[in-house]
Design a protein around this ligand. Structure first.
Ligand SMILES: NC(=O)c1ccc[n+]([C@@H]2O[C@H](COP(=O)([O-])OP(=O)(O)OC[C@H]3O[C@@H](n4cnc5c(N)ncnc54)[C@H](OP(=O)(O)O)[C@@H]3O)[C@@H](O)[C@H]2O)c1
Length: 317
């Protein structure tokens, strides 16, 4: 085992608030417990829930009043530097990634973080750490919404809103790889991008009545919610299913529509499935911006603006 420092650099939010509550500080380094590994984090994926939680919404209720100062972040990619008691699956030097501990604090915006072995997977050999960090929460959410909750099957028609976003761009690729007919909803700037991901039809969400004229679909993955939900629901066949991802302000479900709620769960085995898809060339995360750890506040501003194509990733050198 290498000589590890007792402290580490991490982004810390002392209390809920605006992005400027995020500060780079020296804090104690965590140690792995039984069944856990210690990871030297190379890259941390930035998700909308990171910014929502920092502001006191999102998963702040799972952070709890005693959970501040809080180190944000759930998505990480890096290298195992220490295996805890009883760990056989991973060893020092393994490249791993995952969505860790969600919705409880994981502290991915840091030089070191611990993760239970059941929540991580080996990283794809064909991806660097930055792109690997962009895969975890978006990929797990897409898989759990399309397959686990939505029961998507080959040849079914699936409509995906916010198709260019962190979840959406992976969902388009996963659904297309499963043999579904993918209808992507995006703004004009993202048409070529979502077409390149495997979308068969592309709908311009900036047009009024954008949902009119879409032949009935079996499944909707609504990654935007709010104003997108009603037109998205109108495209469903009788007995169809909509999975709406934003948890806040969920509207009433119309009669005859299945409306399962997905709350993404860490899952190392599903990450292995995603890793396999990456290695086959069927899935590729897109990173639109890479920022150093010290710029976490800027990353939160960007992700909260809602205009992200693919993902934003923080690097930790
Ligand atoms: N329930 C869960 O477990 C779970 C898990 C993960 C994420 N989520 C939630 O799901 C949502 C999506 O996450 P994400 O990571 O994909 O977010 P994201 O990366 O921030 O999504 C950005 C995308 O939203 C699209 N967009 C912006 N304004 C829009 C509008 N008015 N109507 C429709 N689309 C618009 C943009 O594409 P265009 O400009 O091309 O439209 C952009 O590419 C977030 O609210 C997140 O918190 C929930």
């Amino acid at each position: 085992m290498p000589d590890l420092p007792d402290t580490m650099r991490a982004i810390v939010a002392v209390a809920p608030g605006d992005p400027d509550v995020l500060e780079l500080r020296d804090v104690p380094r965590p140690s792995p417990g039984p069944g856990q590994v210690l990871i030297r984090v190379a890259a941390a994926g930035v998700n909308p829930v990171d910014a929502k939680t920092r502001s006191g919404a999102g998963s702040a209720r799972f952070v709890g009043d005693d959970g501040w100062p809080w180190i944000p972040g759930w998505d990480l990619a890096g290298t195992v530097v220490e295996a805890g008691f009883g760990v056989a699956r991973f060893a020092e030097g393994d490249r791993v990634f995952g969505t860790v501990a969600f919705p409880y604090p994981a502290g991915a915006y840091a030089e070191y973080a611990v993760a239970h072995v059941s929540q991580i997977s080996r990283s794809p050999r064909s991806l660097d750490d930055v792109h690997t960090a962009a895969l975890a929460m978006g990929g797990l959410t897409a898989w759990q919404a399309l397959v686990d909750a939505g029961g998507l099957e080959t040849n079914q028609r699936v409509l995906i809103t916010a198709a260019a976003g962190g979840v959406g761009h992976l969902a388009v690729q996963i659904a297309a790889d499963l043999g579904a007919h993918v209808i992507a909803v995006a703004s004009p700037d993202n048409v070529d991008f979502v077409r390149g991901l495997g979308a068969y039809e592309i709908v311009d969400r900036t047009q009024p009545d954008w949902a009119a004229g879409i032949a009935p679909v079996d499944l909707v993955l609504d990654a935007f919610g709010g104003p997108a939900r009603e037109p998205a629901v109108s495209t469903l066949r009788p007995g169809g299913t909509i999975v709406t991802l934003p948890a806040a302000n969920r509207p009433v479900t119309p009669e005859g529509v299945n409306d399962p709620f997905v709350f993404v769960a860490p899952d190392g085995l599903e990450l292995q499935l995603l890793t396999g898809s990456v290695e086959r060339g069927a899935l590729k995360p897109h990173v639109s911006e890479t920022l150093p750890l010290a710029d976490a506040a800027r990353a939160h501003e960007l992700v909260a603006s809602g205009g992200t194509r693919g993902k934003i990733v923080l690097t930790i050198d």
